[in-house]
Design a protein around this ligand. Structure first.
Ligand SMILES: [Zn+2]
Length: 606
């Protein structure tokens, strides 16, 4: 899971190579008349509200081998980024190339530059407006829920219909690393062709070739089929495989464990099964470099929430701060035992946690994310654990913190303003990630929680972790990990975290669970809206009981595994009250300097 400060991304430029082969065909004609390009004013409306952050962590202490490996990883990152753009929108690459061509064909240079900036900020041709609406700013079709990993524009009902008449296709159609295609002879022929071109893929996916042939020849065949990402994006994936091996060769002398991870991950790319790479990633102890590589998060799949999207992030480790946080984990079993549900879990306190500085981010992970915990797949996290990567140079960035402070001060009573510090943010983030380690592993009747809760699972899992980071405060105060002031600043940060400038769309899982917390805290007295000053008052004496109450509900929902009930709970607590949430949102908007964060990197050319 990834924590976001803002849902828009980091900008960097790269040359487009071949367009990803996995694009589902896009035949509808788009009128690319000039008036479909946003004007300078439209682009500026968003870009003038965008904080630019440049990350340039020190790399001079890396060995020559580490530096060479880093170079190869950045190349893989460019591939991941291109695949990400392509899997979100079939016209992402084409629309960007056309924009650049217009730049040389007379379109105002400033306008091209602004739209290019917007493209990188938005990670594609569709922007999020200040009113939280997704709108194309280049001449492309409006976004669809299933993005480009399903047939463009397909409905949930159509997929469900196919699965009910052909249950045997579920394992591929619902696979986290398969695109879904329409069964047309053109599609099937192209995919078979790809297996011929890369025979290793046919070997690593036994039965795939004959399954595809059956689709072409058989009778009463399903109208949809799933195809492994490795085949859908074969040329790019095979290139990434080779580059990861080169990186491993470069670093094996200095950091053999990291080299083994890279080789395992390279093979995972071809098999679409991440077990070997995840095992060596989570259990490996590396020297200076670390990297999140591949497709993990499902946030972009607004149709079913099951397809993962590509990303790559390269980190360098901050050894001193990592040690401090590792030591704090010795009491983690106590925390699990005190959670408000019946737990018999034994937690390994050897959690691989580290504080890292981000060197560069590509694809889905690009943005001002503050931390990562992976893998998500339950069978892998149960067997090998999960690695926690806290993003130090994002969390300690003074400009990002200043933006958070401005919102907090607009929304809360002046008596609370001094409570918020950047240390509070760091520790809350850390314990949020630890929170993902705790709580139920399966539903009470033994099902996988993510599958059982479906579309509700992400929002509940994130809310659980938010609440655990706050639930832990009295315990950590008692053990001396927090002093009074830090504890209070973690609490203040917990409130800052849930302040929203817009009513969230339901598919925005993070903002949805923030609104639930906000409404719960209002209902139960932790927050009170002072109508005279139009600000929030925080009653710290009610903090723990409010958190415990909501956490009890969330853990029960995870134990229960009933998607309908869970969605009903979400629905009940996502009411947007204009006279409270609306007023606070307007106050924050009135003082805000920045809404979005755009991060650039020394390591990546602009
Ligand atoms: Zn999280």
């Amino acid at each position: 899971m990834i924590r976001r400060i803002s849902y828009v991304g980091i900008v960097s430029m790269f040359m487009f190579g071949c367009v990803g082969q996995g694009a589902n065909s896009w035949s509808e004609t788009v009128d690319s008349s000039m008036d479909q390009y946003w004007t300078e004013d439209q682009a500026n409306e968003i870009l003038s509200k965008t904080l630019r952050v440049h990350l340039a962590p020190a790399l001079d202490y890396l060995s020559a081998g580490e530096r060479e490996a880093l170079g190869y990883l950045l190349e893989v990152g460019q591939i991941m980024h291109r695949l990400y753009l392509d899997s979100r929108h079939p016209d992402a690459s084409r629309s960007y190339e056309e924009l650049q061509r217009l730049g040389t064909a007379g379109l105002n240079e400033t306008r091209v530059r602004l739209l290019s900036d917007l493209f990188w900020l938005s990670k594609g041709p569709v922007a999020t407006t200040l009113n939280n609406v997704r709108v194309p700013f280049l001449p492309v079709a409006a976004e669809t829920k299933g993005k480009n990993v399903y047939p463009w524009g397909i409905t949930r009902e159509e997929v469900d219909q196919v699965l009910s008449t052909h249950p045997e296709s579920a394992s591929s159609v619902q696979h986290i690393r398969h695109v879904v295609r329409r069964n047309t002879s053109d599609n099937v022929s192209k995919d078979l062709e790809m297996l011929k071109r890369f025979p290793v893929l046919a070997e690593l996916h036994p039965g795939l070739e004959s399954r595809l042939q059956d689709l072409r020849n058989g009778e009463s065949v399903p109208s949809l089929y799933g195809l492994p990402y490795s085949v859908a994006y074969a040329p790019d994936i095979v290139r990434a495989y080779r580059l990861l091996h080169r990186a491993a060769d470069a670093i094996v002398g200095d950091d053999p464990a990291f080299a083994r991870f890279l080789r395992n991950r390279a093979r995972d790319f071809l098999s679409d099964d991440y077990e070997s790479g995840d095992a060596s990633w989570v259990t490996g102890r590396f020297r200076n470099l670390n990297a999140q590589i591949g497709s993990y998060e499902t946030y972009d799949d607004a149709l079913f929430g099951i397809k993962t999207f590509f990303s790559l992030c390269v980190f360098v480790r901050d050894n001193e701060r990592s040690a401090e946080l590792s030591n704090a984990l010795s009491g983690i079993q106590f925390l699990e035992d005190s959670l408000p549900y019946e737990s018999t879990r034994k937690i390994d306190d050897n959690v691989p946690v580290g504080v890292y500085n981000v060197v560069a981010d590509f694809g889905q992970s690009r943005g001002a994310n503050t931390a990562t915990i992976l893998p998500n797949e339950a069978h892998l996290s149960t067997q090998y654990g999960r690695t926690i990567l806290i993003r130090g140079n994002i969390l300690s960035n003074p400009d990002i913190f200043a933006t958070a402070r401005i919102s907090f001060e607009a929304a809360t009573n002046a008596m609370h303003h001094a409570d918020l510090t950047s240390a509070g943010n760091l520790y809350r983030t850390f314990w949020h990630e630890v929170g993902h380690y705790l709580g139920p592993v399966r539903t009470l009747d033994g099902r996988n929680i993510e599958e059982a809760l479906g579309k509700a699972s992400n929002a509940l899992e994130e809310m659980k972790s938010d609440l655990i980071s706050l639930f832990a405060v009295p315990h950590l105060l008692k053990t001396g990990f927090y002093d009074e002031q830090t504890a209070r600043s973690v609490y203040a940060s917990g409130i800052r975290r849930i302040l929203l400038k817009n009513k969230p769309r339901r598919e925005q899982d993070y903002d949805t669970m923030k609104l639930i917390q906000f409404n719960w805290f209002i209902e139960h007295g932790l927050l009170r809206f002072d109508e005279e000053n139009e600000t929030l008052m925080i009653d710290f004496s009610k903090y723990h009981s409010n958190v415990e109450g909501l956490l009890t509900r969330v853990l029960a929902a995870q134990n229960g595994g009933n998607e309908t009930k869970a969605e009903a709970f979400i629905e009940a607590y996502t009411n947007w009250n204009e006279s409270v949430s609306g007023v606070i949102a307007d106050k924050m908007k009135a003082t805000e300097k920045h809404r979005f964060t755009m991060v650039t990197y020394d390591a990546v050319d602009q």
